[in-house]
Design a protein around this ligand. Structure first.
Ligand SMILES: Nc1ncnc2c1ncn2[C@@H]1O[C@H](COP(=O)(O)OP(=O)(O)OP(=O)(O)O)[C@@H](O)[C@H]1O
Length: 974
């Protein structure tokens, strides 16, 4: 220990937050130390004082108590007290600073300061710090950031779409997979990638109000994205403070009506900047050349101010070109400016579509087809031609896929539109159709007759519309409103007893019951409770959103939930009920698309059983007629029937007139059914011919399986688990094995940092395994993308823990007492996040290992190799070694700095080269494609060029930061 002298500055090893202490008194073997920053005074026994002398070396910057600083050129000592001589940094004057006047608040968080002031960390903390840098670097350069870490099953068609759209700059796409194939999940994957890679930060999701909590929960549970739900009340609160409500959060979910029904809210939303606007159930955006709905108009305005746009709809109306065009127009109004031009352009796709069909088939290409392909601009067919008909299937497939990718890039709507169908995805459960013929009660017959009489004029004038027919399909409503309000309908309706029997017979199964009307749902719930003692949950538009979610959650609860959920029609849109296998259509909707939406609640990803579709209908009534038409005519229950809606539109007049009759018989219906069958067949053929083969290929892609495999590999890698367990240990987070490959992690009262990322007081259950996390709702899936892992990187790198250590090396080949200094630097840029500098130069660790002569051994002795051979030392011994070697270590740090700077220069050069190559290639590709495919938007090109120049500029400013230091002393006794 150095000699003590009055006025010297010391730091307490155990209470470094007291700041710098000054020796104010010396009394025999005791000293008194005042800590001016905190006003504390302490007494120490000289021999055992846990104190470290604060002294600086030439080259260090020191700060005075008055606030000015000085770069030390020379150190002189008078009566044991240091005086630092050098130039002031503010006015360049030569000055001297006696240590008594050093800034009392000086914090020693730089590696060398902490080392020389005795704040020496454990060896394993130091290793953890370096691991964190290495792993963060690896993470940031991984091509699947934001895609690999979502808490989802790996479904190839989704992964393909999500990667394709999620990695674009300002993606503008229509996601139109069939009902239940995972559009919400695809959108989440796109948003997640955009946010994690810095491409987007402000996102607005617009949807029907009934779906807002479902989205909120999906975004949180699957992607850890914390959205805020906005409604009128919340907006009004902010407005009172003169704030634009939409600027108060980054990630917002709002009901569509909030903007489409309020000019002022819309204009506020328009002035808030958005990177991405998402519109769910986009089929509600009605548009025709003559009439534009409020919702469409609102989205059109938002679409013009937002960089990115995702539209989601399961029913993009495959044959109705006008409405389909309208949605494409939202995505790119320049490209899709005129409906007629769109139609004309589409007719030109035929030849290309034919070529694409041959390319996906087994057939050999003819010489003429190969020539045709060669004529298509930008495809370099020469290299590929010989392989297209190669007998070796793998070679042939690669060549053909390359050609198809070129065609998709250059033609059609491939880049803006994605649509997968059950037929193309496969693996969905069977739909079992279970019709149940019931007697039509006299009371219902009377009610229907009453209704028909009331509308006799319209019927006689052949003006039967849906409004007239729909009530005939819900006779309970006619009965109740017109005939009798004393005897409740459920007392006469045979569906009630039939339903109760079904439920009792299948006690362990869940039933979803959909009725057209809320009043029916409510009464039915009472009826089966009162009459049969069966409890059910209801779900209808009269309930608040919170009540609806509660009802849905009760139904979803596998252990204590209810067996039945009775919904009005609002239960048929967007909701997830695939854990149920029985669907009861208590009545039938006229519209085949609505029917598909209803069935889609159960027939969706995650459904593990064949679906039992129960269809109770009344003999000799409108319900029997519509059932037969839908089942035998368009086959709408057993499978999806995209043509159904068009056949319905074509036959509507006649079909409605039959439905609007007093008597129903097969003679009237039979010809209609026959005709419907033919029409479905014809339309299917037309669709097959007009099939946008490029769209299909683009939607399914070739890379989905490969991406899934890549992600599985990441999942199987144990590096993350090892790292996080080490972080938990070092930072004092407790871990308990909960079984099922899950871990309960909890804060403790001996944590190194008071707040551990994402860990609340109550702790959480986590799993590093995808399947285990997917199996239980309450388990968080810890992946590289998870905010806890990202937060740990940040916590470790921003803090000082582990930034220095002292270790012993027992290596007989080296002389006793010699030493090595290991120095970790980080090359950093400060480019804005949206430029994603991490793609080219993420924070990169540079490791230098100097021997006492200043030779860099890093290339010969790896970190792990050295680490294995080291023995830890206690703090006191470490501090003594550091003090003894302070001058030598200091010289080596100066040397290492210049090595690090030249490494930084090399990294910058490589990064700039890579930017030019990657973005330059991408620019050229898009530029040549733009000549043949106007779907490549000009903004993509401009933005790419600008991005390139800004990136180069920022990356050239990259600097090295000294991050950590390890002093290794050779000892043959260790
Ligand atoms: N990759 C996946 N992993 C786990 N669950 C998934 C995955 N994809 C979809 N799901 C689940 O399947 C169901 C259907 O997905 P989603 O809601 O995204 O479909 P959708 O196409 O948006 O449906 P709709 O047309 O009804 O709006 C949801 O419960 C969703 O959580």
């Amino acid at each position: 220990m150095s000699e003590f002298a009055l006025g010297q500055r010391w730091i307490s090893d155990s209470e470094s937050d007291l700041g710098l202490g000054t020796i104010v008194a010396m009394n025999g073997r005791r000293i008194s130390m005042l800590f001016p920053a905190t006003g504390e005074q302490r007494e120490y026994v000289m021999d055992s004082a846990p104190l470290t002398r604060v002294s600086f070396n030439p080259g260090d910057k020191v700060e005075s108590a008055e606030g000015w600083s000085l770069t030390v050129a020379q150190v002189v000592t008078e009566d044991g007290v240091n005086i630092y001589l050098g130039q002031r940094d503010d006015n360049s004057e030569v000055a001297q600073l006696i240590e008594t006047r050093l800034n009392h608040h000086l914090k020693f968080n730089k590696p060398q300061d902490r080392l020389f002031t005795g704040q020496i960390d454990r060896n394993d903390w130091y290793s953890l710090r370096y691991d964190s840098l290495r792993l963060q670097h690896k993470y940031q350069t991984h091509p699947l950031v934001g895609l690999a870490g979502a808490r989802t099953s790996l479904i190839p068609h989704q992964l393909h779409i999500a990667k394709e759209a999620g990695q674009r700059i300002a993606p503008r796409v229509l996601l139109s997979d069939e009902v239940g194939l995972g559009k919400t999940i695809e959108a989440g994957m796109i948003i997640h990638q955009q946010i994690l890679t810095g491409r987007s930060s402000r996102v607005l999701i617009l949807l029907p109000e009934s779906l807002q909590y479902q989205w909120l929960v999906e975004m949180l549970r699957r992607f850890n994205l914390k959205f805020a739900i906005f409604d009128e009340e919340r907006c009004a609160e902010y407005q009172a403070d003169d704030e634009n409500p939409f600027e108060t959060e980054q990630l917002i979910i709002a009901p569509m009506a909030l903007l489409s029904e309020s000019e002022s809210r819309l204009s506020q939303a328009l002035t808030a900047h958005w990177d991405l606007v998402v519109v769910d159930e986009a089929h509600h955006l009605k548009w025709s050349q003559d009439e534009v709905s409020d919702q469409y108009a609102a989205v059109e305005k938002l679409a013009s101010v937002s960089a990115g746009l995702l539209l989601l709809t399961a029913t993009p109306d495959q044959l109705g070109h006008e409405s389909h065009f309208a949605r494409l127009r939202l995505l790119d109004p320049d490209r899709f400016h005129s409906y007629q031009a769109f139609v004309d352009e589409e007719s030109g796709y035929q030849a290309i579509a034919d070529l694409a069909k041959t390319l996906v088939s087994e057939e050999d290409l003819t010489a003429q087809e190969i020539e045709q392909l060669g004529q298509i601009q930008s495809i370099n067919i020469d290299d590929n031609a010989a392989q297209l008909n190669n007998k070796e299937p793998e070679i042939r497939q690669i060549a053909r896929q390359k050609c198809l990718k070129g065609l998709i890039d250059q033609h059609g709507t491939g880049r803006v539109l994605f649509r997968n169908t059950r037929a193309s995805v496969k693996g969905f459960p069977k739909r079992c159709v279970l019709p149940v013929k019931l007697d039509l009660p006299q009371e219902y017959k009377a009610a229907c007759d009453w209704w028909l009489n009331r509308n006799a004029d319209a019927i006689s004038q052949n003006q039967v519309d849906e409004k007239l027919v729909a009530p005939l399909l819900t006779p309970e409503f006619l009965y109740e409103s017109a005939i009798n309000d004393e005897i409740e309908w459920w007392r006469v309706d045979p569906r009630v007893d039939w339903l109760s029997e079904q439920v009792k017979e299948n006690k362990t199964d869940k039933f979803l019951i959909i009725c057209a009307r809320a009043s029916t749902a409510l009464t039915l719930e009472q009826a089966i409770r009162v009459k049969h003692g069966i409890n059910a949950s209801v779900f209808h538009e009269g309930m608040s959103i919170v009540e609806r979610d509660r009802a849905a959650a009760w139904f979803a609860d596998q252990d204590e939930g209810c067996q039945l959920l009775i919904c009005s029609e609002i239960g048929s849109e967007g909701r997830n009920f695939q854990f149920a296998r029985h669907l009861v259509l208590f009545d039938l909707p006229l519209n085949p698309d609505l029917l598909e939406q209803r069935i889609g609640r159960l027939d969706r990803i995650g459904q593990k059983n064949d679906i039992q579709i129960h269809l109770p209908y009344f003999e000799g009534s409108a319900s029997e007629t519509i059932f037969k038409w839908q089942h035998y005519g368009i086959n709408a229950y057993a499978q999806t029937c995209p043509a159904g809606i068009h056949v319905y539109e074509q036959q509507k007049e006649f079909l409605l007139s039959i439905l609007g009759q007093n008597n129903h018989n097969d003679d009237d219906l039979a010809p209609l059914i026959e005709k419907a069958k033919v029409q479905v067949e014809t339309l299917n053929q037309q669709m097959e011919q007009g099939r946008d083969i490029l769209l299909e290929i683009n939607s399914k892609g070739f890379d989905g399986e490969a991406i899934a495999e890549q992600i599985e590999k990441i999942d199987d890698d144990t590096e993350l688990v090892a790292f996080m367990l080490q972080v938990f240990d070092v930072y004092g987070v407790s871990q308990d094995d909960k079984g099922d490959r899950c871990l309960a992690v909890n804060p403790t009262d001996h944590m190194l940092e008071p707040h551990f990322p994402e860990l609340g007081d109550g702790g959480m259950t986590v799993s590093f395994e995808r399947d285990a996390a997917l199996a239980r709702e309450d388990v968080r899936f810890i992946s590289w993308d998870h905010p806890m892992v990202q937060g740990c990187f940040e916590m470790i790198n921003a803090g000082e823990i582990g930034n220095n250590t002292v270790s012993l090396l027992n290596n007989k080949a080296l002389p006793e007492g010699t030493y090595l200094v290991e120095l970790i630097y980080v090359v950093e840029t400060s480019a804005p996040k949206q430029l994603q500098p991490g793609r080219f130069l993420p924070p990169t660790p540079v490791r230098i290992l100097l021997d006492k002569a200043g030779n860099n051994l890093a290339a010969n002795v790896s970190f792990d190799n050295l680490n294995k051979q080291l023995k830890p030392v206690g703090r006191q011994v470490g501090s003594q070694l550091a003090t003894a070697l302070q001058v030598q270590v200091h010289e080596l740090i100066v040397k290492a700095q210049s090595i690090a700077e030249s490494a930084c220069g090399e990294l910058i050069e490589q990064a700039v080269e890579s930017i030019k190559q990657n973005l330059g290639d991408e620019y050229q590709r898009l530029e040549s494609l733009q000549k043949v495919n106007p779907n490549i938007r000009a903004i993509e090109l401009e933005s790419l060029a600008q991005q390139q120049s800004e990136l180069v500029e920022h990356i050239q400013q990259a600097r090295v930061k000294f991050d950590a230091l390890r002093l290794v002393v050779v000892s043959h006794q260790a």
